[in-house]
Design a protein around this ligand. Structure first.
Ligand code: HEC
Length: 183
């Protein structure tokens, strides 16, 4: 009798296994699963590359639009107003004006970088002392100061609009007894 009970104990998992396998076999007979040749959602590399494409363009590749062609049609009064609004919190523009957070900007066009006496320039700007602030140097700097001169102390986001930059640069040009020739 005890033997019979033991046999039942061993038989139970066997029977369960056979039933389980049989169920799978019968199930497959009934349902006929078909694996599609093309997956419904493609997980290939193509979409990933597309998404990465815009970010792959480095910031340096987005060159600043040249300002020279825009200066001829720039608006001096608009430049003066923009300079008052955007720059005057840090800069003075009059001859002999005091330095503030930024240096006085009288006669800045074609002056060397970092030449205003008594102003504590950044090493980044002082390193360019033999380079003039010509129109395109001003253009690149005013478009995005920190990008044009990494390490600059000028905490100003920049003027993204090229025509507004041209207006401001035309105003800076006017701050001189004999303004630099237009390009
Ligand atoms: C938050 C203050 C601040 C604002 C706003 C600001 N600047 Fe400056 N600017 C500075 C400082 C500080 C420097 C010195 C940068 C350095 O040495 O790296 C500077 C430097 C400059 C220089 C180089 C001067 C030189 O002698 O080498 C020019 C040109 C200039 N600014 C123009 C402008 C114009 C134009 C505007 C407005 C569109 C403006 N800045 C807005 C603080 C400011």
């Amino acid at each position: 009798m005890a033997n019979l009970e033991l046999n039942k104990l061993f038989a139970a998992p066997l029977v369960a296994g056979v039933v389980f396998m049989g169920a799978g076999f019968i199930g497959e007979l009934i349902v006929h699963p078909k694996t599609p040749k093309q997956p419904a959602i493609a997980l290939g590399s193509a979409p990933t590359q597309q998404a990465a494409a815009p970010a792959a363009q480095p910031a340096a590749a987005r060159a600043v639009e040249p300002i020279s062609p825009l200066l001829a049609s720039a608006n001096l009064e608009n430049g003066r107003a923009l300079a008052q609004r955007l720059c005057a919190s840090c800069h003075t523009f009059n001859e002999g004006g005091r330095n503030g957070v930024g240096p006085n900007l009288w006669n800045i066009v074609n002056k060397g970088h970092a030449q205003v006496p008594g102003f504590n320039y950044s090493p980044a700007n002082r390193a360019l002392a033999d380079k003039p602030w010509d129109y395109e140097a001003l253009n690149a700097f005013l478009a995005a100061p920190a990008q044009a001169m990494p390490g600059t102390r000028m905490a100003f986001a920049g003027i993204p609009n090229a025509q507004q930059r041209a207006d401001v640069i035309l105003y800076l040009r006017s701050l001189s007894p004999n303004p630099a020739p237009l390009p």
